[in-house]
Design a protein around this ligand. Structure first.
Ligand SMILES: [Zn+2]
Ligand SMILES: [Zn+2]
Length: 269
């Protein structure tokens, strides 16, 4: 049996999303998913300051998530998640958040790099040396995250490529030397790597689960792979999950991982 899962979705509790929890769950259910994780943004900004957007709403969000989870029980497994951006910038605080008991799964992501530059908007990717320096730092900070932060899966390792249209091929190959030590540390830490499906609906035309990346992760001992659509609209929930599974199978993975109460659970794909 194939278990379709989407463990990376956003609702209006994220400042850049356009749907509510009920709409995410309905889309997941209509798409035949067995599990969906709602993983709104919680960002650390420059100097490790937690962004107030999430903190101001977290109480209401936790309560609503519990209600939605109960409402869908028996039809769809709703997992309580969060996507923490730059958790290593305030390791003590982010560890406390992750351990609060409110979450089934925690995605660790890099949206910004030190000293507070947005990967999306603050780099001129037309310059090869800028791309190279950004990726060097990206994987250096990713390794630091593995060492000091508490998270379950590393989100969208291919995130910067989204903004490099016209300058590069949709592959991490030019930065393999930076990526491999990170994949090794992530695998050895027992955490998961996320295959993010955004690329399939953007210019890249493929999911962020490049074969050599997944193979390297597996060869380093990585066992857990999660799949997320990074949906910010309900219509994107659950799409291209099958393409992600194909990429995983090609690299030797026959299970997808979800997290329940921060514990990995593997499901057949
Ligand atoms: Zn993200
Ligand atoms: Zn996201």
């Amino acid at each position: 049996m194939i278990h379709l899962t989407d463990t990376h979705t956003h609702t209006w509790y994220s400042n850049d999303a356009h749907c509510n929890m009920e709409e995410v769950c309905r889309a997941a259910w209509e798409g035949g998913l067995s599990a969906v994780a709602i993983t709104d943004h919680f960002e650390y900004k420059k100097d490790g300051v937690p962004s107030p957007y999430y903190l101001l709403r977290v109480e209401g969000r936790t309560a609503e998530l519990a209600r939605v989870k109960a409402r869908w029980e028996g039809r769809l497994e709703v997992l309580r998640g969060v996507e923490i951006g730059q958790p290593h910038w305030n390791a003590a605080h982010s560890r406390a958040v992750a351990a609060s008991g409110d979450y089934d799964m925690v995605i660790g992501s890099l949206h910004d790099l030190r000293p507070g530059r947005s990967i999306y908007t603050d780099y001129d990717y037309s310059k090869a040396e800028v791309r190279d320096e950004m990726y060097r730092q990206f994987f250096e900070e990713a390794r630091e995250m593995v060492r000091v932060a508490d998270f379950d899966t590393f989100g969208h390792y291919d995130y910067p490529i989204r903004k490099m249209e016209g300058y590069v091929e949709p592959t991490l190959t030019p930065w393999k030397a930076y990526a491999l030590p990170f994949l090794k540390e992530l695998a050895e830490s027992g955490r998961a790597l996320e295959v993010n499906t955004v690329g399939q609906r953007r210019w890249m035309g493929c999911v962020g689960g490049e074969q050599w990346v997944l193979e390297a992760f597996r060869q380093y001992g990585g066992r857990y792979v999660t799949v997320g659509t990074d949906a910010h609209y309900a219509q994107h929930v659950g799409i291209h999950v099958r393409e992600a599974y194909e990429a995983m199978r090609a690299a030797g993975f026959d299970k997808v991982t979800i997290y329940r109460q921060r514990k990995p659970v593997q499901l057949s794909i």
